[in-house]
Design a binder for this molecule. Structure first.
Ligand SMILES: Cc1cc2nc3c(=O)[nH]c(=O)nc-3n(C[C@H](O)[C@H](O)[C@H](O)COP(=O)(O)O)c2cc1C
Length: 335
């Protein structure tokens, strides 16, 4: 074994590095093809809404955007009109293809009902065609009442450090409502320290954290696509990254997202423990955007951004999107 290794090293000495780079690509290619093929065929990027689960996922994503809009700290009327149109079309399509009984799609229609009421009581007049389409949809799905997003207050966070896990986990929410009170760095230190017991493959601990504060938050959040309407109130912006230096085989190419995801979840729980309102922010960006933010925050090239988290102390009163979960039977299968 030792002999084979030294022969390999000897060959490497005489063969140019560029050639080796070709060998590495050759090794990686089957994995890239496998990942890409799975993504192309199974995701909703290309074969759009060609299955029940894809259409439903799209409906959930869109209705969540409306329930978020209803819950925004400074709600503007009207909002989300393009989302509304697509959501109405998709709910109609779902009904025609798969029936009118699904819990998540009924929730979508109930949220459309709440959206309709919120707009109407704020003096917005829907055009006759849209009004007719909405009323027909409520009728088709037998929706007689609307949802009502949750009205909460800062007491929600007052005892998080002493709750048993059932209640602690049950009270964790993505909160987008932050007060002006400054979050001291030592609270962030404590939260990140607490989160360091996250599990990682072979205990490689690839997670890193960058904390942005003050004016710089605006500059960084300009690159993120999901913080409109609340990002400007962020008191501390937490950037979770994963260092890929420790992964040593193409089979491990996706482990960083698992390790980084587990680390992120631990951070969210830790922020909750310390009474902070926090919201995960997707980092689904083009390579150039990734490079730009790396530059601003001095993040080394060996790290990839996994997630951003906006946080601050919670507002006295706030409205929280319902974010209805799937029922257990949809998620859990004994094999
Ligand atoms: C990876 C990830 C990315 C997310 N990105 C955003 C985002 O960009 N903007 C946002 O407002 N919420 C974002 N969220 C929060 C989700 O909308 C939220 O977790 C979901 O609706 C469930 O609600 P809950 O966290 O309050 O239980 C994200 C959550 C995750 C896990």
């Amino acid at each position: 074994m030792k002999k084979r290794k030294s022969i390999k090293n000897l060959i490497k000495l005489f063969i140019p590095r560029r050639f080796y780079s070709l060998v590495y690509w050759r090794k990686l290619l089957p994995y890239i093809i496998f990942d890409s093929k799975t993504y192309i065929r199974q995701s909703n990027s290309f074969y759009i809404n060609d299955s029940e689960i894809k259409l439903k996922a799209d409906i959930i994503m869109r209705y969540h955007s409306l329930e978020k809009g209803i819950s925004m700290p400074q709600r503007k009327i009207p909002f989300g009109f393009n989302v509304l149109k697509t959501l109405v079309n998709e709910c109609n399509e779902y009904g025609a293809r798969f029936g009118f009984e699904d819990m998540q799609v009924i929730q979508a229609v109930k949220i459309l009902n709440e959206y309709y009421i919120v707009h109407t009581i704020n003096g917005y007049e829907f055009d006759l065609e849209m009004k007719g389409r909405l009323l027909k949809l409520f009728d088709d799905f037998s929706v007689k009442e609307s949802t009502k997003q949750h009205e909460l207050n800062s007491f929600h966070y007052s005892e998080t450090a002493s709750l048993d896990f059932l209640k602690f986990s049950g009270t964790r929410i993505s909160n987008r409502n932050y007060s002006n009170e400054d979050v001291p760095y030592d609270i962030i230190d404590s939260a990140v320290r607490l989160s360091l017991n996250y599990p990682s493959a072979c205990n490689r601990q690839p997670g890193r954290v960058y904390v942005v504060s003050g004016e710089e938050i605006k500059n960084v959040l300009a690159f993120q696509t999901g913080n409109r309407g609340f990002g400007q109130h962020t008191n501390k912006l937490v950037i979770v990254t994963c260092d890929i230096s420790g992964y040593s085989d193409p089979r491990e190419r996706n482990l960083m997202w698992v390790d980084g995801g587990l680390f992120s979840m631990n951070i969210l729980y830790s922020l909750h423990y310390y009474g902070l309102a926090a919201c995960p922010l997707n980092w689904a960006v083009k390579p150039k955007t990734e490079r730009d933010v790396h530059k601003i925050c001095n993040i080394p090239n060996s790290e990839r951004i996994v997630l951003m988290i906006s946080c601050g102390y919670p507002k006295e009163k706030f409205v929280q999107p319902i974010s209805l979960r799937y029922e257990l039977g949809k998620v859990l299968k004994y094999v």
